[in-house]
Design a protein around this ligand. Structure first.
Ligand SMILES: [Zn+2]
Length: 273
């Protein structure tokens, strides 16, 4: 599943190909994906210029003067830039035509979304799907303070609080496991019992692990421009994630797996307290 780093790498990948370009056509090969496509969307976009790209959590944003196209990659979606005339395959549901290039949205499992937020309806951050999102972790000036303040009433495990995404977005299962390991925090610790100094370590770990994933993905950018795009998702080397029974890279103790909220959590009993 694409996580925040994949979405950010996708944004950086498409940005030079779409920003400033005029939409010459929009081809929708179904009536919708997770939700129906907005009615009249092709006419709404035709002839309009993409002013900028953006991202909020895992939502990609294409800003126009009259509104914002919101794209979610769902469970299995990806975007590619292609030359016009490349025949669509079975799961190629949307083509955004931009003159000499096409941005194609492929989504085998169809959990993705293409939505529209009109400028007349106010800031896109107030869209129903975006307004409940937590803070962006990258570039946040006081992530530790935010986590500390907003967790004082949260007795749930810190791992669950991170995954909930209402304090900070983008810390999916992999990144939660990895950053808790890097910060030396046991994933079952009640969020409200974690001190500010420990949240400083956690915030630093979250920012480092996400930045590293983006950097690694950025180095393979050319792979998703015009390639077959079978998988643009990153395979990284992890400290604990998906390493049950393997030795901790720090102390050699076998990595343990527990289930929290139906998701696997991997951690080291010795390094994480
Ligand atoms: Zn260890």
């Amino acid at each position: 599943m694409p996580e925040l780093p994949e979405v950010e790498v996708t944004r950086r990948g498409i940005a030079p190909h779409v920003e400033g370009r005029i939409v010459t056509g929009l081809v929708l090969r179904r009536s919708g994906l997770r939700w129906p496509f907005p009615p009249g969307l092709p006419a709404l976009l035709a002839g309009r210029r993409i002013e900028a790209t953006g991202r909020r959590g895992k939502y990609l944003l294409l800003h126009f003067a009259h509104g914002t196209l919101i794209i979610h990659l769902g469970m299995s979606g990806h975007l590619r830039m292609l030359a016009p005339g490349v025949p669509p395959q079975k799961h190629d549901h949307v083509d955004l035509e931009l003159g000499e290039q096409v941005m194609r949205f492929t989504d085998p499992r169809r959990f993705g979304a293409v939505l529209w937020h009109a400028a007349d309806d106010g800031d896109v951050g107030q869209h129903l799907l975006l307004r409940g999102l937590g803070a962006e972790p990258l570039g946040h000036g006081d992530l530790a303070g935010l986590l500390h303040r907003q967790s004082r009433t949260r007795s749930a495990a810190i791992k669950q609080v991170l995954l909930a995404g209402d304090i900070v977005v983008g810390v999916g299962n992999i990144y939660a496991c990895e950053s808790l390991f890097m910060a030396g925090i046991h994933p079952n610790t009640a969020a409200r019992r974690i001190s500010l100094p420990r949240y400083r370590k956690l915030a630093d770990a979250i920012q480092r692990v996400l930045a590293a994933a983006i950097e690694q993905g950025g180095s393979s950018l050319r792979d998703f421009i015009g390639a077959d795009g079978a998988s643009g998702y990153f395979q990284q080397s992890y400290f604990v994630y998906d390493r049950e029974d393997q030795p901790c890279r720090q102390c050699g103790t076998a990595v343990r797996r527990i289930v929290q909220g139906q998701r696997s959590t991997f951690y080291c009993v010795r390094c994480q307290k």
